[in-house]
Design a binder for this molecule. Structure first.
Ligand code: NAP
Length: 291
């Protein structure tokens, strides 16, 4: 379908999004820091680029889905990075969750070489990525947004164009700040129910019928009761998002004691070695004991 799209970063999200695009007939050239992770994509029909620069050279526009600001910057600015081959007529779309400053730095570098830039972080996790049900929070160059819409329409159930660079990053951080706080309240509730002699499964049933019912409680609750924290959204990334959201709160002098407490719990979970598990593993900071 049309020209080749580049895809950098094949972690939990990037792999699911890239496979979904391939299934829908898009031609992809992929790259991942650990190159062996490209093999599975090749089985689905992708080509491999040896470096981010090689991918950009080949493709009209390239998508990045990297873990954090350091990774997003490294893929663009380091040797063999995106910047080496970005030029007039080529676009770069960063779908990683980063802060607005990081996104602006990348945008300035890309546009100063004549390239086009869009940030497009996503709401939704592994399963929505596999199923093309993400919510895409784009900002930056409108023409690139329109060019990428056919791909966004496959990856997501809804795309928002939020204006200038930074707005997508900020929207994503606000959403994940709320989600991280909710996950902590949920964990405390599950443990409180259990330890005060209630059946936590019944709590899940009650919550599901209440005004505070939501897909996250419904999806994460049952595995949490089994101490099953198979990663869909790694806890270390949720803590990164809390950290970046709190910095945004600092910049705007917004007092966020609930988010700050949630961040402490995620930090504690990282300290307990739970960073690579799902973010719902913050439950263990309330439960204590062995996994
Ligand atoms: N998982 C979710 O539910 C979810 C939902 C919405 C948004 N997000 C956001 O989406 C992004 C990706 O999340 P994920 O869950 O896919 O994370 P992940 O599974 O940890 O994958 C991270 C990716 O970044 C790459 N990477 C890390 N450091 C790098 C560096 N220094 N240079 C180059 N590549 C580097 C990794 O490469 P290697 O394979 O070589 O390690 C991998 O491809 C994050 O910003 C996250 O916050 C995640």
């Amino acid at each position: 379908m049309g020209e080749e799209i580049g895809f950098l970063g094949l972690g939990i999200m990037g792999k699911a999004m890239a496979v979904n695009l391939l299934r829908h007939g898009f031609k992809l050239t992929v790259w991942n820091r650990t190159l062996s992770k490209c093999d599975e994509l090749v089985e689905h029909g992708a080509s491999v680029g040896e470096t981010p620069a090689a991918v950009v050279k080949k493709c009209k526009y390239t998508i990045g889905m990297l873990s954090d600001p350091a990774a997003a910057l490294s893929v663009v600015f380091d040797k063999d990075g995106v910047l080496e081959h970005i030029c007039t007529g080529k676009g770069y779309i960063d779908m990683s969750t980063v802060d607005a400053d990081t996104s602006s730095k990348i945008s300035e570098a890309i546009t100063s070489k004549g390239g086009h830039f869009l940030e497009a972080p996503v709401s939704g996790s592994k399963k929505p990525a596999e199923d093309g049900q993400l919510v895409i929070l784009a900002a930056g160059e409108k023409a690139l947004y329109e060019q990428a819409l056919p791909a966004f329409n496959v990856m997501g159930k809804k795309s928002f164009f939020l204006g200038h660079v930074g707005n997508g990053a900020r929207m994503k951080l606000v959403v994940n700040m709320i989600m991280g706080s909710m996950m902590n309240a949920f964990s405390e509730g599950l443990e409180l129910a259990d330890r005060s002699g209630l059946n936590p499964q019944t709590l899940l049933d009650v919550l599901d019928l209440a005004a505070i019912a939501n897909p996250m409680f419904k999806m994460k609750g049952p595995p949490m009761l089994q101490n099953n924290y198979t990663p869909a959204f790694p806890l270390k990334h949720q803590q990164k998002d809390m950290r970046l959201a709190l910095a945004l709160g600092d910049e705007n002098a917004i007092s966020m004691p609930v988010a700050a407490a949630a961040n402490e719990a995620f930090k504690k979970a990282r300290n307990l070695g739970l960073g690579d598990l799902d973010f719902s593993a913050v439950h263990q900071t309330v439960k204590g004991g062995e996994l």
